[in-house]
Every structure is written in C-alpha cells, then in structure tokens.
Design a protein around this ligand. Structure first.
Ligand code: NAD
Length: 355
C-alpha cells in the first residue's frame, strides 16, 4: 500500500513523500502525457533503474546508467545522443546528486519534464542549480529550467545507503541549511526551513545509525533533505560551499565527505561575525559554539574528519587557499588568505576548528 503523505506543488514542483511512492511513477509520467521515458542512474544503481523501467512497462523507452559525480559534460552529451535515439519525451532520474545532475543537464538542453527519485540527502532535486564539469573545471548555473517538475521521496530506497554515506550525505544537507542561516538574502521563511532541515538530521542521523532500515526515521531524514535542498535553492551560499566547490572541482575530492569535513570549520570561521544567526545550531546540538558543536556531532556519528584521509596532500593547501580566495563573494566574516590557510590546515589534519 502506498503511504502518500503529499506536499503537492511547492512552487512549481510537485513533491511527494512515502514508503513505496516510487510505484506511482506511471501516473506521474502520465500527468505529462509522456509516452517515451528515459531513465537515468549511476552504474551502481542500474538495478533500481531497471525496476523503474519494469514498473513503467512499454512507456520506458531507454535506460542510461552512466551518471557520474560533478556532471561531466562528456557524459551529458553521450546521454543526449541516447535521449535523441530513444525519442524521449520525459526524464526519470533515480539516484543521488550525480544522477539528478545528469537529469538537470539534459533538461537544461531539451526542456523535457523531469521526475526525480532521490536516494541520498544531497538535495539537488530541490534546487534550480546545475554544476557541470569540463576539462577539470566546474561551473555552476542557476536556471528555473533545470528544476524538476516532480520529486518522489521514497524512504525504502534510502535504506540501502550505507551508514558512512548516510552520515556524510546528511552532513552535506546540513551544510546547505547552516549557510542559509547567515545568507545575505535570508528571510523568516528560509530561516524556518533551514532550522527544520537541521533538526531533521540532528535528531534523525543518530537514529539512522542505530536502525538503518527504520523507514520512519529514513522518511524524516528525507524531509530534512527536501528542506535543506529547497533552502539551498532560495538563498546564496558562502565560505563553506566555496571551499567545497574548490576542493571537489580542483582536487577531485568526493562531494559529501568533503562537505562533512569542512562544515564545522567553515561555520566556526563565520561564527566570529554571525554567532547570533548561527545560534539555532547550538540550540539543537548543545555546546557553546556552533563550529565545535558540529565537529563533536560529526565525530560522534563517525564521520570522516580529516581532508588528508580523502587523499588531499598537505602541499595542496597553499593552492587551495589561492583558489578559494581569488574572487570576492558575500560571506559574514572577511575572507583572508592567512585565515583560510589556517582553516584548511586544521581540516586537513582533522583537528577541532581553530576559530
Ligand atoms: P552520488 O549521487 O554521486 O552518489 C554516490 C554513490 O552512491 C553513487 O555510486 C550512487 O550510485 C550511490 N548511491 C546513491 N544512493 C544510494 C543508495 N540509496 N544506496 C546505495 N548506493 C547509493 O552522491 P551525492 O552526494 O548524492 O551527489 C553528489 C553530486 O551532487 C555532486 O556532483 C554535487 O555537485 C551534486 N549536488 C548538486 C546540488 C545542486 O543543487 N546542483 C546539490 C547537492 C549536490
């Protein structure tokens, strides 16, 4: 039986939550009058892509299972050829941020409707943001055209997310909400959404570790992912996202673990100028400062703490500092090269935040 606790039409997006909600995919496709669906996934998730194709039956025109981290344009162009060969009129992306990114990249080029079935907490499905990589350079665009039309959050699909990925993906989502708290264009509603998202993970992640297969807890964390992703799409991000963008784009560090490691350090850095804005974090987590509270939370969850464990070399820290400080951007605390270098050193070694 479908547990359809819907939140229909948030903005222009139809958002549905519930165990088994993926099985309603055919009616969602039919709502667009679509007849030839292209299903997208990573290679590792080709099995669930095939399950969706089986559910869709003859409406499934093709499967493309080569989605990759940071949306390489070469993969998008290959998928585009597949899409044209299949004469597809609708996209279904099932997976994490990498698969969602591919769907958005295709929608950007074709304007086809997208249905996203997220299986991580990255939150990309709820934003009009598309990051794409070519020749090792990642560029980001913001266009309503890439916002999916339908999101189906099915907690049964997140049960398979390993605990370590659950933790880093959850911290990745929390990072969107944490930076939203001090965004220059924040509002009462974005603050409320950010706090809602943070709370879902502060309460949910320790429970998910204890009971990874608990559907109720998984659904609560998916609601957190939606809140964190939505707020990411509504306000500007600062230092934390800049640093992660640099480390992911230029040093090929994995997305969610990098966010998990940088978060306490970036928040501690900015708490010097935005302690009041960041107070919801200490209210939720306890502790005296938001950066240390996040560090202790990540440590309790068994999250990675050191960039060196992701393969970053100490010798890379100077170049990362230059890249992350080369262009000015809005941030509550002034961004200076010596301070960023000190932040990165602590994050590289896995130490408690220095600020
Ligand atoms: P991912 O999508 O790359 O997934 C990581 C791995 O986990 C993949 O192999 C995937 O197949 C597997 N996986 C996903 N869900 C699973 C599940 N339930 N069970 C088992 N395995 C599963 O990782 P991600 O962290 O979700 O996404 C990262 C990408 O998303 C990056 O490219 C990042 O830039 C992008 N992103 C974009 C936005 C945006 O608004 N544009 C926001 C957040 C992230």
């Amino acid at each position: 039986m479908l547990a359809d606790k819907s939140t229909p039409f948030v903005g222009h997006v139809r958002v549905r939550f519930g165990a088994g909600i993926r099985h309603s995919i055919a009616s969602e496709v039919a709502s667009f009058g679509a007849k030839r669906v292209l299903i997208l996934s990573t290679p590792a998730q080709s099995g669930i892509a095939a399950d969706i194709a089986a559910t869709l039956g003859s409406v499934a025109a093709g499967i493309f299972c080569k989605a990759a981290m940071h949306t390489p344009i070469s993969v998008t162009l290959e998928a585009l050829k597949h899409l044209e060969a299949c004469k597809s009129d609708c996209l279904v992306a099932i997976g994490g941020g990498s698969t969602t990114g591919l769907g958005k990249a295709l929608a950007y080029r074709t304007d086809l409707p997208q249905i996203v079935i997220p299986t991580t907490y990255a939150g990309s499905e709820a934003t009009p943001i598309l990051g794409q990589t070519e020749d090792g350079v990642k560029t980001t665009l913001n266009d309503p055209k890439v916002l999916p039309e339908v999101i189906l959050y099915d907690p049964e699909l997140v049960v398979s997310l390993p605990v370590d990925m659950t933790v880093t993906s959850g911290l990745n989502a929390m990072a969107h909400a944490a930076e939203a708290l001090y965004a220059p264009n924040r509002s009462n509603s974005t603050n409320a959404l950010a706090i809602r998202g943070l709370e879902a993970f502060v309460k949910g992640l320790p429970n998910v570790i204890l009971e990874p297969e608990d559907i109720t807890v998984r659904e609560e964390t998916l609601r957190g992912a939606w809140a964190c992703g939505t707020v990411l799409g509504q306000v500007g991000m600062g230092l934390h996202h800049k640093l992660c963008h640099t480390l992911g784009g230029s040093f090929d560090l994995p997305h969610a673990p990098t966010h998990a490691i940088i978060l306490p350090h970036a928040i501690a850095y900015n708490a010097r100028s935005a302690a009041a804005e960041l107070a919801p974090i200490t209210t939720l987590l306890g502790g005296e400062t938001s950066g240390v509270a996040l560090y202790d939370f990540a440590k309790r969850l068994g999250a990675p703490l050191a960039l060196r464990d992701l393969g970053l070399k100490e010798a890379d820290l100077d170049r990362a500092t230059v890249l992350a400080t080369s262009k000015p951007y809005p941030n509550p605390h002034p961004v200076t090269a010596p301070d960023i270098r000190a932040l990165l050193q602590a994050a590289w070694a896995g130490e408690t935040p220095v600020f």
